[in-house]
Design a protein around this ligand. Structure first.
Ligand SMILES: Nc1nc2c(c(=O)[nH]1)N[C@H]1C(S)=C(S)[C@@H](COP(=O)(O)OP(=O)(O)OC[C@H]3O[C@@H](n4cnc5c(=O)[nH]c(N)nc54)[C@H](O)[C@@H]3O)O[C@H]1N2
Ligand SMILES: Nc1nc2c(c(=O)[nH]1)N[C@H]1C(S)=C(S)[C@@H](COP(=O)(O)OP(=O)(O)OC[C@H]3O[C@@H](n4cnc5c(=O)[nH]c(N)nc54)[C@H](O)[C@@H]3O)O[C@H]1N2
Ligand SMILES: [Mo]
Length: 840
């Protein structure tokens, strides 16, 4: 049995887009809230806090806002300082162990000059309708302002027309995206709630974050692993002797979380540093994490990690440093992997020298690492960039195999963890209630219920090739013929690879609707654009700490809705009204009634676990948040300890109940690009492929330090990272010199798929032969009439290719591509990425 720790399971709704949160209930202690006398009206804050903490010292603690209004974002909970109708400042909450400066952007988010002010329609679409809407003008047409009433009618007409004429399989409302925090104003869920009521829609499966790993891991360890609770931080700090960050940049990626962050992971890494725990970073980039934590840097050629891990496995084998007992008791199929490593079938001995040659490093480094890992209590922390690649299923499968050979899985401070860098995996789980959100419901028609989702990153392929059938995880998926795309809470033109092929495929649907606060490229390429509020213009609730579930936060409205913006809830309720579905959509509840019912559900659930919560009205009006207690045993929780203790009583969810180094299930799928044991396969593009002659540099597209993807690119934070007003490109001095590029220069980065303008940062923090451009710069084509024209802001996905990681997972390959760069000497081009389109 898994003890006292939240599990995240793959379902189609919450958590990381596409993930559902569940948690075990707890039984201990006794409720005491009943002892508090009920007072009517508004409580003086201090009196409330005092009364509750006296009654419930052992259960809940109310934490008071000091100066402002409690709200929050993916980058942290904070207090908003408001002056009249303006947000003027922020202050982090007192409990945040590592407040994040990104919160300071909140006032700029609200008052950004590129807010969408009114409902707008593309002129040719408004005039020509579906028959003559000139979809090729998307992204460069004129805009016409319309009333909300007209907007609701236009959208409702399209939905009912399509449901009637082509059925729910003609409407794509997957709407992948990172939206904003808040369990109620969840743009994507609200969109899908509406679409389900109208009959159904096409959804996606998986996500962009862990497309490959979340599909392979259930075959290997029986769970998605990437969204699972990790061995708790205090246990890691106490026991790990060597921490290997494999393609993992936690001090950056832990700044943001899916829910309000608790930032406990950041303090965990700080604690390791303070203790002097040895840390190694394996990455083509000398990451901020490696530098701030003082980790040793092992750099390899990008996309070659699988070979390196196999080389380590070889050293462990020949030096007898592996743990045969562990492999025998807890895994299946190791002999087949051993034969592969020793070259029994193909005659290629995959030793450290073999790996070093592929990885562009020396063999000694690989051997030493193998010995150090075996000698010490080692925790392998795998990031996700290494699986956002062609054959991206292999690195994580191999890391599990490596950890199994070391035999420390399930021991304190040992094994592997694939979520230490994300949303504070390992932050000990608290005991309290869990907030549910509004539900998407289910399709109301038989046809709607039958629709199979397609893997999310296949969107361009799907739009371009209706009727095409692809492999996916042992089954087949046939693309529907999409006639309507609806996006709410995502930025398709940022997230998807090979932007120029997307631009082309995007011309196929008959109608594209986007709810957005800002004029992003996705909004600019729509037919109907509906202005959405930001979090700070509405009321909501959220949990703090994705894995810890440590807090319940009220997110109070700070300022009135800007311009004519409406919340997604009100937008979809308005459309629903035109379809005669208003009450079905709202269930007769407004924003505050929904929040109260969500809170009350959590309160009942918490009470069953013997944790008492104050009544909603009291909680809401007090401007406090609630912190739940963390049971002592959760602070030392060890992932897989139960399995290790008794693999028969606590089997894994794989067919064998063990770790599958050989998977019979995958063998039966018969895929050439994902075999039955983890293997090294040459990637689609790399430094030794034929494309490298023309495009010798390998691309790294890490997640941005000062942004969440594309979010906040339109704020003054830009001044921290933009070079010559473009996205930065990190270039090694040798590569820069060879091309006559100096620090601060404008650079054109290009390959056969596209070209972008970026600003040079010449630095030894990337390995030579590698350039790094963060994902998330808004797409801004110099000539929107020419597909493939220079992107003036540096959207890296203009360069990446769009194929699936393999037939198994069909994950995206955003972290892999070959390219060339040159000093830009063309005409001066104004960056218009954050400009409002003409007529808007
Ligand atoms: N090459 C490459 N590509 C990548 C990646 C990579 O590493 N390399 N990373 C991938 C990953 S892991 C991810 S998760 C994706 C992220 O891709 P996205 O999730 O699309 O990225 P965001 O920039 O967070 O986009 C969210 C959008 O929602 C809008 N929004 C925010 N709040 C609201 C709201 O309340 N209502 C509405 N209607 N809209 C709102 C924001 O303004 C923003 O435009 O990108 C993927 N793409
Ligand atoms: N500040 C910030 N934090 C974020 C986000 C953000 O946009 N900004 N996004 C959030 C989201 S949605 C996600 S999914 C996570 C993303 O978490 P990750 O996917 O782990 O983050 P990345 O930065 O894409 O990649 C992590 C590291 O992998 C390295 N890497 C890339 N290719 C290779 C390779 O071939 N070999 C090796 N060894 N290393 C490689 C990169 O250089 C980088 O240092 O972060 C979350 N946190
Ligand atoms: Mo992600």
């Amino acid at each position: 049995m898994k003890k006292n720790n939240r599990m995240v399971t793959a379902e189609q709704s919450e958590g990381q887009p596409g993930m559902q949160l569940t948690r075990r209930r707890f039984l201990a202690g006794a409720s005491a809230l009943a002892a508090i006398p009920l007072l009517g009206g508004l409580w003086p804050r201090s009196a409330l806090a005092q009364a509750i903490s006296q009654a419930l010292p052992q259960f809940t603690a109310l934490r008071q806002a000091q100066k402002g209004i409690l709200t929050g974002a993916h980058w942290g909970a904070f207090e908003a300082i408001v002056n009249g109708d303006k947000m003027v400042g922020v202050q982090p909450i007192a409990d945040d162990p590592a407040p994040n400066e990104l919160i300071e952007m909140a006032p700029h988010q609200v008052h950004a000059p590129n807010r969408i002010k009114y409902p707008m329609v593309r002129k040719s679409w408004l005039e020509g309708g579906v028959a003559n809407g000139r979809p090729e003008l998307r992204g460069r047409d004129e805009w016409v302002r319309i009333s909300w009433d007209k907007a609701f009618s236009l959208v409702a007409e399209q939905i009912s027309r399509l449901q009637k004429e082509h059925g729910p399989q003609s409407i794509y409302a997957g709407s992948y995206g990172w939206k904003s925090v808040g369990m109620f104003h969840n743009a994507r869920t609200l969109l899908q709630r509406l679409m389900n009521l109208t009959g159904g829609f096409v959804n996606y499966s998986g996500d962009y974050s862990t497309g490959a790993a979340q599909v392979i891991m259930p075959h290997v360890v029986g769970s998605v692993e990437v969204y699972e609770q990790q061995t708790a931080w205090p246990n890691v700090i106490d026991n790990s002797q060597l921490v290997v960050m494999w393609g993992c940049n936690p001090m950056i990626t832990l700044k943001n979380s899916w829910n309000l962050p608790d930032h406990v992971g950041l303090s965990g890494f700080e604690a390791l540093k303070k203790k002097g725990t040895r840390m190694i970073s394996i990455d083509p980039v000398h990451t901020d994490s490696a530098r701030t934590l003082g980790a040793e840097w092992i750099h390899l050629r990008p996309y070659t990690d699988s070979a390196m891990i196999i080389g380590i496995a070889h050293t462990l084998l020949v030096e007898k440093l592996h743990n045969p007992d562990f492999l025998k008791t807890y895994t299946v199929g190791f002999e087949k992997f051993e034969q592969y490593v020793m070259g029994k079938e193909d005659g290629v001995v995959k030793d450290a020298a073999w790996a070093a040659d592929i990885c562009g490093m020396d063999a000694q480094t690989i051997k030493t690492l193998a010995r150090d890992m075996a000698k010490n209590r080692t925790m392998i922390m795998g990031g996700w960039g290494i699986q956002r690649q062609h054959h991206g299923e292999q690195p994580h499968w191999l890391l599990v195999t490596l950890a199994a050979m070391l035999g420390q899985i399930g021991l304190p401070g040992g094994g592997f963890g694939f979520s230490y860098h994300y949303s504070s995996g390992g932050s000990p789980t608290a005991r309290g209630g869990i907030l549910g959100g509004i539900s998407a419901g289910s399709p109301t028609t038989e046809a709607g219920r039958k629709i199979a989702p397609f893997p999310v990153a296949r969107i361009t392929d799907c739009l371009a090739n209706p009727g095409k059938t692809i492999d996916f995880n042992g089954s087949k998926v046939t693309y529907p013929d999409i006639k309507m795309v609806y996006v709410a809470g995502g930025n398709t033109f940022h997230q998807q690879q090979d932007t120029n092929s997307l631009v082309k495929a995007w011309q196929k649907p008959e109608v594209i609707v986007v709810n957005e606060p800002y004029w992003t490229a996705t909004a600019k390429y729509a037919d109907i654009v509906l202005p959405a509020t930001t979090t700070y213009e509405r009321n909501d609730l959220d949990m703090g700490g994705d894995y810890s579930q440590l807090y319940v936060f009220p997110m109070h409205q700070c300022v009135p809705p800007q311009h004519e913006a409406k919340s997604d809830f009100d937008i979809f309720a308005g459309i629903a009204a035109k379809l005669g579905l208003h009450d079905a959509f709202t269930e007769g509840k407004d924003e505050m009634l929904w929040l109260k019912s969500m809170y009350d559900d959590m309160k009942t659930q918490a009470r069953n676990g013997r944790v008492a919560l104050p009544p909603f009205d009291m909680f809401w009006s007090s401007n406090n948040y609630i912190r739940f207690p963390i049971p002592e045993e959760n602070k030392q929780w060890v992932r897989f300890a139960d399995f290790r203790e008794n693999p028969l009583l606590n089997p894994l969810g794989t067919p064998s109940g063990k770790i599958e180094i050989y998977s019979d299930t995958i063998a039966k799928m018969g895929y050439e690009d994902c075999k039955a044991i983890p293997t090294w396969m040459e990637p689609h593009e790399w430094y030794r492929g034929p494309e490298a002659e023309k495009y010798p540099l390998s691309l790294n597209t890490g997640h941005p330090i000062n942004r969440l993807h594309s979010q906040l690119d339109n704020t003054p934070l830009r001044e921290k990272y933009a070079v010559a007003d473009r996205e930065a490109i990190w270039i090694h001095p040798q590569d820069a010199k060879a091309r006559g590029i100096s620090d601060g220069d404008l650079v054109r980065a290009f390959n056969d798929r596209g070209q972008i303008l970026v600003g040079a940062v010449v630095t030894e923090n990337v390995r030579s032969g590698v350039v790094r451009i963060s994902e998330g710069a808004w797409f801004d084509p110099a000539d929107p009439a020419q597909i493939g024209s220079l992107c003036k802001n540096g959207n890296v996905n203009c360069l990446t290719f769009d194929i699936g990681s393999s037939s198994l997972a069909q994950g995206n390959c955003g972290h892999m591509t070959q390219l060339e760069i040159e000093k830009y000497t063309g005409p001066v081009l104004k960056n218009t990425a954050h400009a409002v389109p003409e007529g808007a």
